[in-house]
Ligand binder design. Structure first.
Ligand code: COA
Length: 260
């Protein structure tokens, strides 16, 4: 597959996947998700690769969310399909039997935060900002955010972050367990590669089996819960508030919600 929106760079047995749409702060559209999926399958099959690092191109963003311009016109069925594609790709990250590290080099919002949460380990730059701002756009999180955020930070913090839609800085994200380490911005990728190399120096099968074991401990009807999430996310596209929330973002104004 010829990639347009991602770049793959191999550093011996560590593969770095850059999400590369810097003009829209690396926002995820369908094409980008399909490219990430293809890259993940290639990584899984390549015996010479042990660890993947996912990060964002440019200096400002990991991923500033799913692409709002692409989502704006969706109807309910398309909205559900939009969520299901995200679930499929993010679940692949989780279930691939090799470690995947998120190197969060800036904004990780909405789908960006959800992408990071699907990775096994989250390392952040001290300039990173994380959040789930979907309700400010008239939708809910749709790429597994309601599930993974709750597991990582607990019910109260997850509800606080999702209901307020507010962004938090790397230090606070670290304090609540949303990211595992924070590094100076300039050193983030080097630190991620260093950690990946340590992991890659361990027994590959033991690392793989350990990932499966830890994942198993987290399985609480996640497939059912994410199916419900995708359905409700899709229904948001039947509301006026979704068009208002996303329309306002695209027109660079404040939204006026009607609850319809
Ligand atoms: N989808 C589509 N385009 C996006 C985007 C997204 N999720 N996030 C940013 N962009 C685009 C902006 O529209 C802008 O495009 P333009 O230059 O053509 O106007 C460009 O990326 C730069 O973003 P801008 O908003 O001008 O940068 P900023 O520094 O003022 O603000 C953010 C940065 C991340 C705070 C802001 O872009 C933002 O809130 N993005 C949306 C985050 C979000 O709600 N994500 C969840 C989506 S479901």
């Amino acid at each position: 597959m010829q990639y347009e929106n991602i770049i793959l760079e191999n550093r011996q047995n560590v593969q770095v996947l850059f999400i590369n749409r810097p003009k829209v702060l690396n926002a995820l559209n369908e094409q980008t998700l399909l490219e990430i999926e293809a890259a993940l399958k290639g990584f899984a099959d390549d015996q010479s690769l042990s660890v993947m690092i996912i990060t964002g191109s440019g200096d400002r963003a990991f991923v500033a969310g799913a692409d709002i311009e692409a989502q704006y016109p969706l109807n309910a069925v398309e909205g559900r399909n939009w969520a299901l594609l995200g679930h499929r790709v993010f679940r692949l990250i989780e279930t691939i039997d090799k470690p995947v590290i998120a190197a969060i080099n800036g904004f990780a919002l909405g789908g960006g935060c959800e992408l990071a949460m699907a990775c096994d380990i989250r390392l952040a730059s001290d300039k990173a900002q994380l959040g789930q701002p979907e309700v400010s756009l008239g939708i809910t999180p749709g790429y597994g955010g309601t599930q993974r955020l709750t597991r990582l930070v607990g019910e109260g913090k997850a509800k606080q972050l999702v209901f307020t839609g507010q962004r938090i800085k790397a230090g606070e994200a670290h304090r609540i367990g949303l990211v595992d380490e924070v590094y100076p911005h300039e050193t983030l990728l080097d630190e991620a590669v260093k950690m990946a190399e340590v992991i890659a120096s361990n027994a590959p099968l033991a690392v793989r089996y350990a990932k499966i074991q830890i994942n198993q401990s987290l399985q609480i009807n996640s497939d059912i819960a994410t199916a419900v999430e995708a359905g409700l996310f899709g229904i948001c596209y039947a509301t006026k508030d979704q068009k208002e929330g996303m329309g306002a973002f695209l027109e660079k104004r404040k939204p006026v919600f009607e609850g319809k």
